[in-house]
Design a protein around this ligand. Structure first.
Ligand code: UD1
Length: 364
């Protein structure tokens, strides 16, 4: 029997673990244990995703909640150490690049437990991003590095990671997108919001560099102010951004924009249907750059860099930073029918989890 702990902590982890959990259920010799650190805990940031993604209730819930980076990371480490002492798994699987990912990797490494990192090798080369630190730490400690795009292979080679640990398998997040597409198609979100396909844009925004800084946040809002005159913009708002709008005194400006429609954070199926039918997407998320590339929806990324360069090289993604005029110009191109065309990257075929579990089963 191979005992594997699958770790989730924050919203972007849930759709990455779901296909792995499902795949493991096909192997009678693998016993998955689902651990949720509780980094994200609001119903709309967590429970809703468990329901939508048909994830089982976590076997173990650590309830760490929010805090500074050090506090949150330390709390995960303390709680996860006890889990490993008790469970003694053969492997810990971590996904993505959130604080829970790095925290659990550090604990596992010091307890001589093997680690698999799903979504390894991505680099923005910007160490002011907390996620970049998490990616570096996790990759250097991992025994299995599962890579989503070719840039990951090059980055890991440059960092001296042994080839034998690295596996190019595609993208588990795209597995979820493909698997849940028929269910997402039944979401009533467009009807409920009175939206027509291709007649609205979607905004997501939550990076500290964009929303914790008034000057940058304002530059983005100034762009939205121009774009929303032409097309309604739906903005499901992350708790961090919601909080910062008030703290930075931006509430009045936001509310003045009559075509900028703020909603609560959406569940997975609703959000996928919203993305699928959007005319354009404005985002600073990592995963959404990839989901739009897969769906062929124009994506304007309000960041200076991306750790997912394939979405720019092959996909529909354009990086515009926080420059108001550039954001407006790129949105205008899309609205004028001159959106960048893209293709689906190699191995983004819905079979990544299948490859990952097969490799783990063979090697363990
Ligand atoms: C985290 C990840 C980020 C990921 C994002 C997706 C890190 C370093 N960052 O950022 O990579 O893109 O999740 O959402 O791990 N909050 C709530 N309810 C919740 C969770 C958070 O209200 O369920 C509020 C809290 O006030 C908290 C703030 O949001 O202080 C930020 O949460 P945190 O988990 O620290 O980071 P995120 O910005 O969500």
């Amino acid at each position: 029997m191979i005992k594997i702990i699958n770790v989730v902590g924050a919203r972007p982890n849930f759709m990455k673990i779901a296909p792995i959990q499902r795949e493991m259920a096909k192997y009678p010799n693998i016993k998955p244990v689902l651990v949720h650190t509780g980094q994200h805990y609001d119903e709309r940031m967590s429970k809703l995703f468990f329901d939508d993604l048909q994830l089982p209730k976590p076997d173990i819930y650590l309830d760490v909640r929010s805090g500074s980076h050090a506090v949150q990371t330390a709390k995960v480490m303390m709680a996860f150490e006890e889990v490993l002492q008790k469970e003694k798994p053969d492997l810990v699987i971590v996904v993505g690049d959130v604080n829970s990912t790095a925290a659990c990797s550090m604990v596992a490494a010091k307890m001589h437990t093997k680690i698999a990192h799903v979504e390894a090798g991505l680099r923005s080369f910007d160490r002011r991003m907390p996620e970049e630190i998490n990616r570096l730490v996790t990759d250097v400690l991992s025994d299995f590095l599962f890579v989503t795009e070719k840039s990951g292979l090059e980055n890991l080679k440059h960092e001296g990671i042994d080839d034998s640990k690295v596996h190019f398998v595609g993208h588990v997040m795209i597995d979820s997108l493909i698997y849940f597409e028929p269910m997402a198609a039944k979401s009533p979100i467009l009807e409920n919001m009175g939206l027509q396909p291709r007649e609205y844009g979607v905004i997501t925004l939550h990076r500290p560099s964009n929303v914790d800084n008034k000057e940058n946040f304002l530059k983005l809002l100034n762009a939205f102010e121009v774009i929303e005159k032409q097309i309604p913009l739906i903005f499901p708002i992350h708790p961090r951004s919601q909080k910062m709008i008030d703290q930075l005194g931006l509430r009045e400006k936001v509310e003045k924009m009559r075509n900028l429609r703020l909603t609560e954070p959406l569940g997975y199926l609703d959000f996928m249907r919203l993305l699928h039918n959007a005319k354009l997407v404005l985002t600073d998320s990592g995963g959404i750059q990839e989901e739009t590339t897969y769906l062929g929806i124009p994506c304007i990324t309000m960041r200076e860099n991306t750790e997912r360069p394939i979405t720019v090289e092959v996909g529909t993604n354009v990086l515009v930073g926080t420059d108001t005029e550039r954001i407006i110009a790129e949105a205008q191109k899309v609205l004028d029918g001159n959106a960048k065309k893209g293709q689906i990257p190699e191995l983004w075929d819905g079979k990544a989890a299948e490859r990952i579990v097969r490799i783990l089963n063979e090697k363990l």
